[in-house]
Design a protein around this ligand. Structure first.
Ligand code: F6R
Length: 261
């Protein structure tokens, strides 16, 4: 795992967008794993700008989102499908048929989860998986005690997550209580993981996820087992990390980061 600390949320989200853009330029057929949530909005805004101003081409790339609420149709404004439309898909030249999210309205949800796994495999697996982190340490909607080898399945959301997402629904009672999510094992299968966390409210969970013991209570700790995982944080989210001097030194001195300094 490598941790990259940027001055503020703007710089951190720009770096993440640049890393995605670089991967996409190197491989136009990239299979990109996508996340939703407030943190990612800035990343998608940068990607849209790069598409418009720099001609960043999405026409051949394929995407798989981490999760979708159970019980929300794709045209519901609070569905993650609509989130993706709003923040990325409708602004870039991506082929809509190559964008995938689990179907939270499927009659047979278990089967839908199995099909999602198979589809990811059929496309050759995820090359680059974008991740946020919830206050309870979830990645995707892998809430506490998610098996570290879990696959795509239905998960009940914790009260913390329901409260975290209530701002989008206006009324906490309207937040769906379950979601389909890629499993921790599904996420770990991605060739590269890229986690973005910004803001002081994420500092404690980032420190636990990066420097704490690996535990199913905090699914993000499983990323410590991944051979190529980059965690990008702003100063506020990095404020409780013990090894921050070492992480800064890596970013300042390692040749692979020279183009991003
Ligand atoms: C959503 C997802 C979640 C969010 C996390 C952080 O697709 O995967 O794990 O990334 O809940 O959300 P924000 O960015 O709103 O704090």
């Amino acid at each position: 795992m490598e941790v990259i600390i940027q001055q503020d949320a703007e710089a951190a989200s720009l770096l993440v967008a640049k890393l995605i853009a670089k991967a996409l330029r190197e491989n136009p057929f990239l299979v990109l794993g996508l996340a939703t949530g407030g943190t990612m909005e800035a990343v998608y805004a940068h990607l849209v700008r790069m598409h418009k101003e720099e001609g960043l081409d999405f026409s051949l790339c394929r995407t798989f989102n981490l999760d979708e609420y159970v019980g929300l149709p794709p045209d519901d404004p609070n569905s993650y499908r609509q989130y993706m439309q709003r923040h990325l898909f409708s602004h870039v030249n991506i082929n809509p048929r190559m964008t995938h999210l689990p179907n939270g309205m499927a009659a047979d949800l278990d089967r839908e989860c199995d099909e999602y796994e198979k589809l990811i495999k059929r496309f050759g697996g995820v090359d680059l998986q974008l991740l946020g982190i919830g206050r309870d340490g979830h990645i995707g909607f892998n809430e506490p005690l998610s098996a570290l080898l879990s696959r795509t399945r239905v998960k009940a959301l914790t009260p913390t997550t329901v409260a975290q997402n209530a701002i989008y629904f206006g009324d906490p009672h309207k937040v769906p209580r379950r979601a389909i999510t890629m499993g921790v094992g599904t996420i770990l299968d991605a060739r590269r993981c890229l986690l973005l966390a910004t803001g002081a409210h994420k500092a404690e969970i980032v420190a636990k996820a990066v420097e704490g013991p690996v535990t199913a209570m905090i699914s993000a700790t499983a990323l410590q087992l991944h051979p190529k995982c980059t965690v990008v944080v702003d100063e506020a989210a990095a404020s409780k990390l013990q090894g921050h001097e070492y992480y800064r030194w890596i970013f300042q001195t390692e040749p692979e980061w020279a183009e991003f300094r």
